[in-house]
Design a binder for this molecule. Sequence first.
Ligand code: HEC
Length: 159
Amino acid sequence: MKNIITIALLSILFSCNQQNSDITAELQQRITNLEDKIGNAYKPGLGELMGSIQMHHSKLWFAGKAKNRKLAEFELHELKEIIADVSTFQSERKESEQIGMISPALDIIETAIKENNSPLFERSYRQLTNSCNNCHRINHYEYIIIKVPEVPVFGNQEF
Ligand code: HEC
């Protein structure tokens, strides 16, 4: 009788173990699938993000000069978003740690737009452009020189 009980208990235990290892294997497979998906997910490069920053830097100038407040605010917002993306997607690049250096200029531009203050807008825009170049210089990209734009890049947008 004792033997029968022992055998019964052992076989219950064995089947529980079997079920557990089936669940573990399934979970492991799911983790592997998720890791594959994350590994293949699209992640913008720093140069790509800089290309977007360059575009909005230019549009911000023409919107600000035209006293197109809503568009200027929109372009400023876009710039801030991409700057946040630099920290999110390119945190492993040491240059990304310095991205905050353009924030003071952006804050003054925001005030200038709000107050409809053209001289302040121009001054703070030049300050912003200088901070672009300062970061390029200290990171040995001194040949990437940003300037106040002369003509809008996009002929298909009204400022
Ligand atoms: C935190 C430092 C930093 C700041 C601030 C910064 N950049 Fe850059 N920028 C870089 C680095 C680093 C690269 C080189 C990226 C790469 O390796 O592809 C770069 C590259 C560029 C490029 C070259 C991209 C290309 O394909 O031609 C442009 C244009 C550019 N930046 C524009 C700007 C503008 C405009 C600003 C200011 C609004 C700015 N950057 C602010 C670090 C910075």
